[in-house]
Design a protein. Structure first.
Length: 365
């Protein structure tokens, strides 16, 4: 079946998965007129049998906070890395490390197993299990990479200060990078490369969450971002290394330079798309919280009104029920009193006043 985008008209055979209302002619991404559920295309994946708005409210609030941390941490990392590069101040990298920690915390929350209103939690844990672990481990390397880079910058500054304080220092010594700092920079670069490649499976998992919310357009944009990152990151990493090999033909160098420029454009565009998708998913999670709360409040109001209506119907029926005027509510069963003949059994219940030698008895059926 062709993938349906948000805003497209639903085919004639679509029905709401929650109330079975016919969705023919309605817009994908809108709401069901009967129950208010988001109109999402039927998919063969396991996420079709429920919807994001049916998840527990604490889970939805956690997802909204996770998306917000990812968005804030991602912008913070980019900002502090640019400041550290321009001003050469290691404390900017320390701030970038904190931003990377916020990014990883958001990834950890967002990639947790989904909470389904239909499927058991033990089954949901197995969904995206390896991808979840890959995303959490790879994105933690952002914290490691920036922290190692800050350490390398501190080591470099300490070496420069020591060289400037030495009376025998030369100009070459002042400009040289210590071996320890250079090794740390290489290690930070490797960690950053692995973390960058880890953005690809992260985009794939986030696209599944977007489909779960009913926004297939957002899911498609995340898949495009995943393909762009998969092309751009390795290209800008390995093309300079290949170009530095002695004896490479000039034609190959021209092709490599074109690939490098294309990879930079693709990487910048896909990175911006990825950040905008994070903003959209953050807004979507907050909307799901509000929609879930309002939906439950609506269900409570409807149930209360139904109960009040039922009580009113019962009260009117009882008020209009016919009453036999010959029977009074204060009437009591007649009491039989008399002297029993020897050996005779009384008929029916009877009560006699207490007298010396008299007894009470109830006739057997």
């Amino acid at each position: 079946m062709a993938r349906t985008h948000k805003g497209d008209l639903a085919p004639a055979d679509w029905t709401c998965y929650k109330c079975d209302y016919s969705l023919a002619g309605l817009r994908v991404g809108g709401k069901c007129p009967e129950c208010g559920t988001i109109i999402a295309p039927p998919k063969s994946s396991a996420t079709r049998d429920d919807h994001m708005t049916d998840a527990p409210i604490p889970y939805l609030k956690g997802m909204a906070a996770g998306y917000f941390l990812m968005m804030l941490g991602g912008v913070g990392m980019i900002l502090f890395l640019l400041l550290a590069k321009n001003y050469g101040e290691p404390w900017y990298l320390v701030a970038g490390t904190l931003a990377a920690g916020g990014w990883w915390a958001g990834v950890f929350v967002v990639t947790q197993p989904r909470r389904s209103a239909i499927r058991p939690y033990a089954e949901m844990v197995q969904e995206w299990k390896r991808t979840r672990m890959t995303n959490r481990v790879s994105q933690a390397l952002w914290v490691v990479a920036i922290a190692i880079g800050a350490t390398a910058m501190f080591v470099h500054q300490a070496a420069m200060n020591a060289a400037m304080a030495s009376p025998t220092a030369t100009v070459g010594m002042l400009g040289a990078t210590p071996r320890g700092a250079e090794a740390l920079n290489w290690l930070a670069g490797v960690c950053a490369l692995v973390a960058s490649i880890g953005l690809v499976p992260l985009c794939v998992q986030l696209s599944d969450l977007a489909d779960w919310s009913g926004d297939t357009g957002l899911g498609n944009r995340l898949r495009v971002a995943a393909w762009g990152l998969a092309f751009g990151i390795p290209t800008i990493t390995f093309v300079p290394l290949i170009g530095a090999i002695p004896g490479v033909a000039s034609t190959i160098l021209v092709v490599l330079n074109l690939m490098f420029v294309l990879a930079i454009i693709t990487l910048v565009g896909c990175s911006l798309m990825f950040l905008t998708c994070l903003f959209s998913q953050c807004s979507m999670a907050f909307w799901a919280v509000r929609n879930s709360i309002s939906g439950r409040e609506r269900d409570i109001r409807v149930a209360t009104k139904k109960a009040e209506r039922y009580d009113g119907i019962v009260s009117r029926q009882m008020a209009n029920a016919p009453v036999d005027p010959a029977v009074s509510l204060n009437d009591t069963a007649p009491v039989t009193k008399g002297t029993r003949a020897p050996g005779a059994k009384p008929k029916g219940p009877y009560v006699e006043p207490a007298k010396p030698g008299d007894t009470y008895g109830i006739a057997e059926d």
